[in-house]
Design a protein around this ligand. Sequence first.
Ligand code: 3SK
Length: 510
Amino acid sequence: ELHYADRLNCASALLDEPIGRFGADRPCVRGGDTAWTYAQLRRHANQVSAVLTGELGLVPGNRVLLRGANSPWLAACWLGVLKAGGVAVTTMAMLRAAEIATIGALARPTIALCDARDVADLHAAAIRGLRIVPYGGDTAGDLTARCSARGDDGGAFTDVATAADDVALLAFTSGTTGRPKATMHFHRDVLAIADTFARHVVAHRPDDVVTGTPPLAFTYGLGGLLVFPLHAGASTVLLEHPSPDELADAIAAHGVTALYTSPTMYRALLAPGRPERLAGLRRCMSAGETLPAAVWTEFHERTGIRIIDGIGSTEMLHVFISAADDDIRPGATGRPVPGYHAAVVDDEGHPVPDGRPGHLVVQGPTGCRYLDGDRQENYVRDGWNVTGDTYLRDADGYFWYQARSDDMIISAGYNISGPEVEQALVGHPDVVDCAVVGLPDERRGMLVTAFVVLRAGAPSDENEIHVLQDHVKQTIAPYKYPRAVRFVDRLPRTSTGKLQRYRLRRQGIR
Ligand code: 3SK
């Protein structure tokens, strides 16, 4: 069992402990033209805390919205918010105004720290009472300038002595309905994911150089690319939306030893000319969607590396089932991470016999606490977190993924809500009705596919497909757009008008 002090600020621990063990001049974080040591990251985080609590008037418990691509400054902002006793609400730079507005309405942040390149949509979201401070730009009032104006004195901030179970962050997950859900995580939870998955499965070393693709706004990225490297005294390379070639180049150029990404990227890294650039890797982690055994095997044959697959969730903060090294069974997700318990149960919550599919439930040092209380009782039952995934456990205790129990589409590592894409599509005047489902796809795992009923007289040609795709990209985050669009005369519905998605999925597979 894990024990933490009653008073615990995880951001202080993540910086002070490695500095105490390995010294302050150790390389810590790189990104773009920036390369900071542990001392420099701590100084910038302290400057952010000082600006927040000084001129911006933050008091402990206030929520601070963070918006930007992965970068050293985003890391400094995240740590600075937590050191100041604030609650970090990290959002993806790709989100559009309407999506940010929804998050703003739920999280009610008082301050936003936003990459200067991404402020337009945040302003357009018009979140009531929100003070927006850009960083990394050149305007007066930019956070970066405010921090340098504080000089080294800003680096002497005294961290707020938060309680171990004070909320440190709100993480958003988009539900099947497209209505985002906010989950709350404590300071101790942030250390618990490092003391379980990172310590016992990944087994980071202080000389690791870590990189990867998930945004820090996704808890898979927050853990893998920031919390775990700091906890181990290692260093991290934060890349902004790298293409497969950019990722392979960065791995070679920075001597990266540990990679966090998704099956889609592992597949892409196998293309000619790329595996040679991966020679320095010793640990490769995969999550966000299931890793097909074929990808695991091909990656192993070409690079000698055994990918560590895992399932986690925003609700649980990070990975709770996984396996490494000789414990891996390709195609299986693994076994419960030390500290977690998992079971497969029927609709009534009773365990099903090994070898039979059922609902995956999990317990451990982290767990789901929805901000919006009425959802809690559906997710946590009898102390078990009901993940919404269908799994089976074999006689050796390995867990094998079967399907999502709901309508989420998991495409190239992104969780995309079909109903949310539908809402965006029906906002176009040519669309009378539509349904969006995920169809199996070799490259992306699932392909976001829209079945669209057009208004009479609207053209049903290639150009119209592009028009509708562009419309979705303008309305919601572009990665959610339907990559396949099929025009149909009507959608399959029950007599009460309920959409029968399973019929579309079947139709798509034919
Ligand atoms: O999708 C996952 O498996 C995952 C892993 C770690 C953290 C968060 C998530 C959703």
